[in-house]
Design a protein around this ligand. Sequence first.
Ligand code: NAI
Ligand code: MG
Length: 505
Amino acid sequence: MSETLANGMIAQLKPQKNQLDERGLLRYGKMLIDGEWVDALSGKTFESRYPGSGEVIAHVAAGDAADVDRAVKAAQRAFTDGDYRKMNGADRGRLLWNIADLMERHIEELAELETLDNGKPLVESLKVDLPQSIACFRYYAGWAGKTTGETIETNARANAFAYTLREPLGVCGQIIPWNFPIQMAAWKLAPAIACGNTVVIKPAEQTSVSLLRLGELMMEAGLPKGVVNIVTGFGETAGAALVAHPGVEKIAFTGSVEVGKLIMRHAAGTLKKVTLELGGKSPNIVFADSNLELAAKVALMGIFFNQGQMCTAGSRILIESSAREQFLEVLAGRAAKMAVGDPLDPKTRMGSLVSEEQMNRVLGYVEKGKAEGAQLLSGGGRVGTQGYFVTPTVFDNVSNDMTIAREEIFGPVASVITFNDAEEALRIANDSAFGLASAVWTTDLKKALTFARGIKAGTVWVNTYNMTDNALPFGGYKDSGFGRELGSAALDVYTQTKTVYIDLN
Ligand code: NAI
Ligand code: MG
């Protein structure tokens, strides 16, 4: 386990040509602005670490307002003239497809970088994150040039001809989190480009490396300069500057509720369009009439996948009282057997949390859970002293007013809540500030449909969990944010409608 992780993690990488710099660190550290790889104007850098061991893997440019300004100006130029303007929908579709092809050709390398950045198991980077991201680029390749306006019969006067145009917004600012670095970038970049926008994207400071490599591949795929600019750096500097910049038309953000609120407030100054994909405390409701064995198995995946660092994490598991014992036996039994391991080992299914800060936040919630009287069934501690590994944790006897049932933990901690009937289950499910995702397990069609209608959340899964799909809209109710990503819904938030009215008198 983590104690046995040898230093020199980078040395374990399958040798990739030109991946290391003269210090033996990953060479990804410069920002992509106007098609060039540049240092921050200030010359400042920050250290990027591999969570599995805590060792430094790269020195990354610490971009700030001056760099954001350069990037936004490059994106404005790319939007108004240059090669990108000459590209039609089919050209942009081909570009997105080329990006996907290049990602596929470099999938192992990208997956390794994703794991070095984030600490997630290599097998998940390789088999889940990367394939879904590649598919996302292909999905939006198909949409490029297919956003259409309408011809509409006028109402006020008969002798007129009117139609609408769907036009791109211009420069879009995209601020992404560290939990699925490449996938969150794909969800935002692909629809923005499909619709003909240009982009300034800021990765999370914990995970810059994989996006910088993706930037190289995008340029290799034929992306004209300035269409996608990557500014690395911290939220309070680079992120805040992007939100405040008058040349940016829209901010798409995924992250914490706290920063989401801040962004909305600061975007008001320049009246930017904003879409926010924030946290969750999603209920996973299991009725006694369901396949309990399967429900328990999937519930574990629903909370422990990606070490629980998921906005959709099924962190409140609601079990019907009559099935409680049977369900918990499977759940706790399997959770106890789930071992954390070296993220780079292909056999590992649970890796490291992203940072020491995140690990301490999660362990703090475990302490709160115990102090407030929840019963710890399994896990609850750190593993080793190197890296940020936390054992899969299950709390039973949780009541919905405890802190561990109300606040997003963003770690491998499940809170099991017992209910007696459907009415109580629905009440508990909706008694939350969040409304991102939810699931209901039942073989009773009426119950399933009643819950699908009754739950206040952007997604309701029935007899499954965590099935996002590039074709299906994704986003939040309540404090989980607004605006939808993926599907054709994302085209709405990356275009605006123009009305053309022609007087025929
Ligand atoms: P965060 O919201 O601070 O960071 C997310 C992104 O926002 C990063 O790129 C960061 O640099 C940027 N950012 C931070 N402050 C900013 C500002 N003032 N202006 C503009 N951009 C800013 O999230 P953090 O601190 O990494 O994690 C804290 C908690 O947030 C987690 O424990 C989790 O509960 C939640 N979270 C939720 C995510 C989701 O997928 N919905 C993703 C990441 C975090
Ligand atoms: Mg933060």
